[in-house]
Design a binder for this molecule. Structure first.
Ligand SMILES: Cc1ncc(COP(=O)(O)O)c(C=O)c1O
Length: 397
């Protein structure tokens, strides 16, 4: 049997594959330090779990409206009013089975064969494959470490063609932790309006920001860009709810309606119980979020101090999310047991097999010079993992 060309054109998520390999080694008795995880390591806050348990006992277990229950849409509208300073109607909101599903719906709703989506690199691993699944083409625009891995307006303008439909912006970024300022977003908004291209702003990490960095949206930079903007967020990262699968999006009614239609013929509504839990997350106390962010901040600090002491590694200090994306390319060309390390995949394999630490190769994010570390793991684990890293790098000749 021949599988579809569509499925043959994509790869499985690299981050999920690394986790699978780490789990496999763990199951065979090898103790692995996993820096590959893309999810907070905290339990979902108690009041959110209790709301879900109550929903089950209340028999809130049937189909809901495809695009989400009215109470959740209202909570999202309120949240977006606070975060972006703009108002949306319920018809301009879609709740999906995770932020990833929102992105999938958007690509299916907007792209025709060979339509182009501008994706600044380093990018989140799933964007290019979701775009490909919809028949579109990713136009990768590389950014520089010295620019904080942020897209320069002139680079954006150069990448635009008659086929450009969409630009994806992700701030704070996975994998770099970069956070765009309002001033940096202003010229990008201007270009989007000038060329009438849509901007999908993936703000899934917007509550996880460190030091004096201020998260800003393209809508803060230029409110008129709202008509061209799709705002994406979800409960996964902020509330440690990755398994509940709730993400949401706001944007112009015709696009949201089209996405809802696609969702109606694929997953139907997102899980009813998780929707109720998400209302509790958005409307309930936020102190657990503060505690998680403080813990991430302490780990980040530790990470940065340790990385500074590792020879030949350079890095851009992340301002948000829970990842660091250091440049290890000075180690390419070195050998271990006669085996040459030539790229991020080789180095990741070496570190997994020889140092028992799991990382994601930068090539999965469109930058082969780097490796991605997640610090969504305890300080003690980070310390042990970095000891192993240092030791393993010293063994390369
Ligand atoms: C940048 C970015 N966007 C979106 C998502 C999707 O998250 P979810 O589908 O759990 O809402 C992730 C998850 O890793 C992410 O890193």
């Amino acid at each position: 049997m021949e599988l579809s060309k569509r499925v043959q054109s994509i790869k499985p998520s690299a981050t999920l594959s690394i986790n699978a390999r780490a789990k496999e080694l763990k199951a065979s008795g090898v103790e692995i330090i996993n820096f590959g995880v893309g999810e907070p390591d905290f339990p979902t806050p108690r009041h959110i779990k209790e709301a879900a348990v109550k929903a089950i006992h209340d028999n809130f277990t049937r189909y809901t409206p495809v695009g989400g229950i009215p109470e959740l849409k209202e909570a999202i509208i309120e949240q977006f009013k606070v975060d972006y300073g703009v108002s949306y109607e319920p018809g301009e909101i879609l709740v999906s089975c995770g932020g990833k599903h929102c992105i999938y719906n958007v690509m299916q709703a907007l792209l025709n064969e060979d339509d182009e989506v501008i994706v600044p690199a380093p990018y989140w691993v799933s964007y290019p494959d979701i775009i490909r699944l919809a028949g579109g083409r990713s136009i990768i625009v590389h950014t520089k470490e010295e620019d904080g891995f942020k897209l320069r307006p002139e680079k954006l303008e150069e990448a635009i063609t008659a086929r450009t439909k969409l630009l994806i912006l992700n701030s704070p970024s996975n994998p770099t932790g970069s956070v765009y300022t309002k001033e940096e977003l202003e010229p990008i908004a201007e270009i989007a309006i000038k060329h009438k291209i849509f901007v999908l702003t993936d703000d899934i990490y917007n509550k996880i920001v460190f030091d004096d960095a201020h998260w800003a949206s393209i809508i803060h930079a230029m409110p008129e860009v709202k008509d061209f903007t799709l705002l994406l967020n979800g409960v996964s990262k902020t509330y440690s709810m990755t398994g509940w699968r709730i993400g949401y999006m706001a944007g112009p009614d015709p696009i949201i309606s089209a996405c809802t239609k696609i969702q109606s013929q694929s997953t139907s509504n997102p899980n009813s119980i998780a929707q109720v839990a998400s209302v509790a997350a958005l409307k309930g106390p936020q102190d657990d979020v503060e505690r998680m962010v403080s813990a991430f901040a302490r780990r980040r600090e530790y990470f940065l101090n340790r990385l500074q002491q590792i020879k030949y590694v350079t890095f851009y200090p992340p301002q948000g999310a829970f990842y660091i994306f250091p440049n290890f390319s000075a180690y390419y060309g070195k050998k271990y047991n006669g085996q040459l390390i030539t790229n991020s995949l080789d180095l990741t394999s070496y570190l997994m097999e020889e140092a028992r630490i799991a990382l994601v190769p930068g090539s999965a994010f469109g930058d082969d010079r780097c490796l991605r570390f997640s610090f969504a793991t305890s300080l003690a684990t980070i310390e042990k993992g970095l000891d192993r890293l240092e030791e393993a790098l010293k063994r390369l000749l």
